[in-house]
Design a protein around this ligand. Structure first.
Ligand code: SF4
Length: 222
């Protein structure tokens, strides 16, 4: 369970989701079918943050349901996690046209209105940031995912009332485009990262915050 979610928190999240679905605060809303708020368990200790909905997500109203979502399910399944064990959302809740990267103003508007309040209610033990966009926003950095993945970081909200551990990981869409299973390749690195996330969810203290890469051991395939 999230540190403070509980039944009240889940009700507040549901109320927030209702407001979120009616949002028209930025220019993304007119070009999409619907607002895609979240999926999974509001009491989860792991919150996964992606970039934004794609075509399948825009159509179904659920995040990570396309090929990338199916790969994410396999990655989570490799460490015995299912959708019922995680809460999944995105930096922007409306599909950017042509699946382009969200613009800074869109990211700023959407995260202030929706993601930051979501995280404040969820208070997970771990945030898993998928790819450049969520990682760079949540860590307020311009460094790329290749530099940042595999290393634990602190995530703290602006009011400093809440902080937690954040692990950047490659986005599943990137893994689909770079399908090599060679040692040291994106999939093998992702296997290490998700094992490390699992260990910290199970109570291990994150090592080398912002520094050394952890090495949780043997490689396998998704
Ligand atoms: S992307 Fe976010 S801020 Fe923009 S309209 Fe959708 S929900 Fe509102």
């Amino acid at each position: 369970m999230g540190v403070n979610t509980g039944r009240d928190g889940a009700a507040q999240l549901a109320a927030l989701a209702l407001q979120n679905r009616a949002c028209h605060a930025c220019d993304l809303r007119p070009g999409c079918t619907q607002v895609v708020v979240s999926d999974g368990n509001p009491e989860a200790r792991l919150v996964i943050v992606g970039e934004g909905p794609g075509g399948d997500e825009d159509r179904t109203g659920r995040p990570f349901v396309g090929r990338g979502g199916q790969l994410l399910d396999r990655i989570l399944g490799a460490v015995q996690l299912g959708r019922q064990d995680v809460y999944i959302t995105n930096i922007v809740k409306c599909r950017p046209p042509g699946n382009r990267t969200p613009l800074p103003l869109e990211t700023e508007t959407c995260t202030e209105l929706w993601l930051e309040p979501q995280l404040a209610l969820l208070r997970p033990r771990v945030i898993l940031a998928l790819g450049n966009t969520p990682t760079q926003y949540l860590l307020q950095t311009k460094l790329g995912i290749t530099r940042l993945r595999g290393v634990w970081h602190h995530y703290g909200q602006r009011d400093q009332l809440y902080s937690t551990y954040l692990m950047p990981m490659f986005h599943p869409a990137y893994l689909l485009r770079n399908d090599t299973r060679a040692p040291g390749g994106p999939k093998s690195l992702t296997w290490k990262d998700i094992q490390e996330v699992r260990a910290v969810l199970d109570g291990k203290m994150p090592e080398g915050l912002g520094g050394e890469r952890p090495d949780p051991g043997q490689e396998t395939l998704f």
